[in-house]
Design a protein around this ligand. Structure first.
Ligand SMILES: [Fe+2]
Length: 411
C-alpha cells in the first residue's frame, strides 16, 4: 500500500508549524481511512467559455495540444465538447454557455474581480477524479466536513449526473468531482444529447491537418501540470485542502524571492508519471499586496489574483525530448506556432544543461488560460529551475491583455 508520507521533500521554502503538523496528520488520516487508495487519477478537466467561443477554443486546443474532439453533449443551457487524447490522460470538457446572461455560482466567482468580470462565464472549473467507490468517497469526505452539491444542484448546473461534485474551494475557487469507473472502462458522461457538431468537427480537422503538416503532432505530449494562483495568505490552506480532496502528496515549495512568489508542487501518490495524472501547482505571493509599498518588491502573482480572482493560471503541455532540424523540439514547436499566429509572453528559457526548457503562450482570448510548454532533457526528473520560474512569473506579470485591461481597472 502506498503511504502518502513516504515521498522525498524538495524545495527551500519554509512552511509554518501549523502546515507541517497538519500535513502529517491529514495524510496519515487519509491513508488510514482508505481514501488515498479509493481516489485514483484525474479523469477530466472542465473549462467553461462564453457563447460562440467554444468552437475556436476547441480549434486552438487541438492545434496547441494533442487533444482530439470526440463528441458534443447538448443540455438545456450548455454545449459540452469532450476532448480526449486517450484513456491514459485526462479528458478536457469544454463547456459553452448558450446565453451570455446565464447566472450561477461560477459566474458569481468571476464577477467580483475586475478583469475576471470581463468574461463572466469563462473559467477553469476543476478536476474530476476516478474513484473506486463513489459512495464511500462521498461519505468519508462528508465526515471530514467537505461539502457537496446535491443531485438537484448538479442537474441545474448541467454537470454530468454520474458525478459527486464538491462545492468551490474558498481558496482556489475550483471544484473537485468524483466518479466511479472501472479502470478499463471507457469514460461516458451522463449529460444531455450526444452529437458530433459539424462546426466543431471542422475546427478540429483543420487544427489536426495543420499539426500534421507542420510536424507538430509527434512532438506534443499530454498535460504535465496545472498551475493555480491564489492569495498569499491562502497558500498553506489551499495546499492542505487539495491534499484533503485528492490522493496527492506534497512534493515541496520553492521560494522565488525576486518575484515575491512561491511555487508549491503536489503530485499523485499513484501515478509517478505526470502525463498520466498531472501535477498540481499552487503559486502565491510571499507578501500580501498591502505591504508592496513597504517591501518594494514586484508582485505579479498577487496582482493576477486581485484582477482575475483565484483560479487556474496555466496548463503545461509536455514536449517530447529530442531535436527537430537541429533545434530542441520545444524551440521548433514554438517557432512553428508563432508562424501560425500564436503569441508567446517571452522567449524559450532554460537549457539542456539545466535539464529543461519552458515558455508561456499568451493567454487564450477564449479561456484566459496560458499554455506552458515544457521539455525535459534526458533523465532530468526535476520540476523546474528557479531562474526559469522567476522569468516566467515576471513575464506573466507583464502579459499584454492584463496590462491593457488594467488601464480600465485603475480608472
Ligand atoms: Fe508551470
Amino acid at each position: 500500500m502506498t503511504t502518502s508520507l513516504d515521498f522525498p521533500r524538495y524545495g527551500d521554502k519554509t512552511n509554518s508549524p501549523f502546515f507541517e503538523e497538519f500535513l502529517h496528520k491529514l495524510l496519515e488520516n487519509r491513508d488510514q481511512i482508505g481514501l488515498s487508495e479509493l481516489i485514483r487519477q484525474i479523469d477530466a478537466l472542465m473549462i467553461t467559455v462564453e457563447p460562440g467561443h467554444s468552437v475556436p477554443y476547441v480549434g486552438e486546443l487541438c492545434l496547441m495540444t494533442p487533444y482530439h474532439y470526440l463528441v458534443t453533449l447538448e443540455s438545456e443551457s450548455h454545449f459540452t465538447h469532450i476532448l480526449r487524447i486517450d484513456m491514459a490522460a485526462p479528458d478536457i470538457l469544454v463547456r459553452e454557455v448558450k446565453n451570455a446572461r446565464t447566472q450561477g455560482i461560477f459566474r458569481s466567482l468571476n464577477e467580483v474581480y475586475p478583469i475576471g468580470a470581463h468574461k463572466p462565464n469563462s473559467r477553469y472549473m476543476g478536476e474530476i477524479f476516478r474513484v473506486r467507490n463513489v459512495h464511500d468517497v462521498v461519505e468519508l469526505q462528508k465526515s471530514r466536513d467537505v461539502r457537496f452539491f446535491n443531485q438537484d444542484q448538479i442537474r441545474k448546473l448541467e454537470l454530468p449526473g454520474n458525478m459527486a461534485v464538491v462545492k468551490p474551494s474558498p481558496y482556489t475557487h475550483n471544484i473537485v468531482g468524483y466518479w466511479e469507473r472501472p479502470e478499463y472502462d471507457i469514460r461516458v458522461y451522463s449529460l444531455g444529447w450526444s452529437t458530433i457538431r459539424e462546426d466543431v468537427q471542422a475546427a478540429y480537422l483543420d487544427a489536426k491537418e495543420a499539426q500534421e503538416r507542420l510536424k507538430l503532432n509527434t512532438l506534443l505530449l499530454p498535460i504535465d501540470h496545472l498551475a493555480t494562483r491564489i492569495y498569499s495568505q491562502n497558500r498553506e490552506a489551499a495546499i492542505l485542502e487539495w491534499l484533503t480532496l485528492s490522493s496527492y502528496y506534497y512534493w515541496g515549495s520553492y521560494d522565488i524571492t525576486s518575484q515575491n512568489s512561491s511555487t508549491n508542487v503536489t503530485k499523485s501518490i499513484h501515478y509517478p508519471n505526470e502525463l498520466e495524472c498531472p501535477a498540481k501547482v499552487f503559486t502565491a505571493a510571499n507578501h500580501p499586496y498591502f505591504v508592496n509599498h513597504l517591501t518594494r518588491l514586484p508582485s505579479p502573482t498577487e496582482q493576477f489574483v486581485r484582477n482575475f480572482g483565484p483560479r487556474l493560471h496555466h496548463l503545461a503541455v509536455a514536449v517530447n525530448d529530442g531535436e527537430t532540424g537541429q533545434v530542441a523540439n520545444i524551440d521548433y514547436v514554438v517557432d512553428t506556432l508563432k508562424g501560425c499566429g500564436k503569441q508567446f509572453l517571452l522567449e524559450v528559457i532554460g537549457s539542456r544543461e539545466e535539464g529543461l526548457k519552458q515558455i508561456f503562450s499568451s493567454a487564450s482570448e477564449y479561456s484566459s488560460l496560458i499554455v506552458e510548454y515544457v521539455q525535459r532533457f534526458g533523465d532530468f526528473q526535476g520540476f523546474f529551475t528557479r531562474d526559469n520560474v522567476a522569468e516566467l512569473t515576471h513575464a506573466a506579470g507583464v502579459e499584454e491583455s492584463l496590462k491593457a485591461l488594467e488601464q480600465e481597472v485603475v480608472v
